[in-house]
Design a protein around this ligand. Structure first.
Ligand SMILES: [Zn+2]
Length: 120
């Protein structure tokens, strides 16, 4: 198996006002709460470059924040322009796949483990 297939999206679409779905070339599908993606932003404004500490305060992010535009960056990432004007976050497909597979997203205590079982 070519592992890059895992991190190549075949389709990226907004499936709801607060929901983004990425279909992957290997047949997998990841669902994201868009606000969680906003909170997962790893740009220099949101994460301290030196300490890796999160500078973004969750309380500063509106409940209804959503992507206003999504651009592709080369063949490895997307850049999301947010409704709150923030647009410096670049999300590599590798990271998105990781987030979609649940690793990071489950850390949100408010999420209540809302992950669907894998389809086989
Ligand atoms: Zn950011």
């Amino acid at each position: 198996m070519n592992s890059s297939i895992r991190t190549t999206p075949s389709e990226i679409r907004q499936t709801g006002p607060r929901e983004l779905t990425i279909c992957w070339a290997d047949g997998g599908e990841s669902l994201y709460a868009v606000r969680n993606l906003r909170l997962a932003c790893a740009c220099a404004h949101c994460i301290d470059e030196w300490t890796g500490e999160q500078r973004l305060d969750e309380r500063d992010v509106a409940e209804d924040v959503h992507p206003s535009r999504i651009e592709s960056v080369g063949r490895y990432a997307i850049q999301i322009h947010w409704s709150d004007g923030h647009d410096s976050g670049i999300y590599s497909f590798e990271r998105l796949r990781e987030l979609g597979d649940g690793g990071h997203m489950k850390e949100n205590p408010e999420d209540g483990g809302r992950s669907s079982p894998p389809e086989s």
